[in-house]
Design a binder for this molecule. Structure first.
Ligand code: MG
Length: 213
């Protein structure tokens, strides 16, 4: 693949947090007297913008705003994300890229402060030349942030490779003309990823072998 820049997604790609998010979603549903979801449902329906997926869960946002539900989610996530771990093999890929002098950027729908804190907490902030989060916690899209970033860099977008775990990573890469690969085992089921038209890897180890052979 010979990328000159790796642009990493955070949730589900580097950090193994799908179970935590699924657990928190069900707490929120339970406390509001709504029907809980299964892990299969989560993996089949989770997507961006997150608001649309919340509506599929049954939220109407008539009595409580989407912003209020989002901050309830994030408050719980912040308190508990330290219980998550990095995905197997991801640190090796980050380090191998570093040794080869390939710059790496972290680009996420997570709010900027949270993203920096979490990258620091998991000991990976030094792997990235840039950490790009969002101004809010509404998880709408990271396409605008990617466009601004690529415009500023001024490199041939085909030299950059996005690494993500959802179809939104592919949408974002497509929007800026970059290549993309996906890691299964994050926030979307593999069959959702296989419909995206980009390579899908089951493990970070397999991705690393293809990246650095
Ligand atoms: Mg993700």
């Amino acid at each position: 693949m010979d990328p000159k820049l790796l642009i990493w997604d955070w949730n589900g790609t580097i950090i193994d947090d799908a179970d935590l998010c699924f657990t928190i979603e069900n707490e929120l549903l339970r406390e509001r007297g709504m029907r809980e979801i299964t892990k299969e449902w989560y993996l089949a329906h989770f997507s961006f913008p997150v608001r649309a997926y919340y509506e599929q869960m049954g939220y109407t946002f008539e009595t409580e705003s989407f912003e209020a539900v989002s901050s309830d989610f994030m408050e719980r996530y912040r308190k508990r994300c330290a219980s998550c771990s990095l995905r197997d093999g991801v640190m090796d890929v980050l380090e191998s890229a570093g040794k080869r002098g390939i710059p790496q950027t972290l680009l996420s729908v997570t709010q900027q402060d949270d993203l920096q804190n979490q990258a620091h907490l998991f000991g990976v902030s030094d792997c990235f030349s840039e950490i790009l989060g969002q101004d809010d916690c509404l998880c709408v899209s990271k396409i605008d942030r990617a466009k601004t970033y690529m415009d500023r860099l001024g490199i041939d977008p085909r030299d950059a490779l996005f690494i993500g775990d959802t179809n939104h990573d592919v949408e974002t890469a497509n929007a800026v003309g970059c290549r993309c690969v996906l890691l299964a085992g994050g926030h979307q089921a593999k069959d959702v990823l296989l419909r995206c038209g980009v390579p899908v890897y089951d493990t970070a180890e397999a991705l690393g072998k293809d990246l650095f052979r």
